[in-house]
Design a protein around this ligand. Structure first.
Ligand SMILES: [Zn+2]
Length: 152
């Protein structure tokens, strides 16, 4: 979880990690108060507003979303699948999924700057995959030495 926060451009603090871990261990339909209670069992020094802020952050990161099941209490569900982007190969039309962790933090910040409230995103990068680029190569020596470098 520390790694995840770091790659998304957010500072990882022990409290934040605890709150994230608690949220994901609780599973489905978690309310702020349920999360708060769970966190307090493990660290009584964590305040309600800290739990609330971090829950909002989890949503901003696209890891969870608000659900309302009609009793007036807002609950939060972890979202699946993981936020990801696509590399699209123009030649073979292959779609490769990549983790958007490192760009997510920047996106959230940019949205804040424009006072824009995002509710979805689509990241697609077009180009050519390694298989297709390899086919184009006529210089065997260059290919071999590149492979050797990778092994070293
Ligand atoms: Zn390709």
């Amino acid at each position: 979880m520390k790694e995840l926060l770091r790659t998304k451009g957010f500072k990882s603090t022990p409290q934040r990690e605890l709150i994230f871990d608690c949220f994901f261990s609780l599973g489905k339909h978690v309310s702020v108060d349920e999360l708060y209670q769970k966190v307090r069992e493990l660290d009584p020094s964590v305040g309600h507003s800290t739990v609330w802020r971090n829950l909002k952050l989890i949503c901003q990161l696209g890891l969870a979303e608000e659900v309302n099941i009609g009793d007036g209490i807002t609950r939060y569900d972890r979202t699946t699948p993981k936020p990801h982007g696509h590399f699209f190969c123009r030649n073979c039309k292959k779609l490769l999924e990549f983790d958007v962790g490192s760009v997510m933090g920047a996106l959230v910040e940019a949205a804040h700057e424009f006072e824009f409230e995002p509710d979805g995103y689509k990241i697609e990068v077009q180009g050519y995959c390694s298989d297709c680029r390899q086919d184009d190569r006529t210089n065997d020596v260059a290919t071999r030495s590149a492979n050797d470098e990778r092994k070293a």
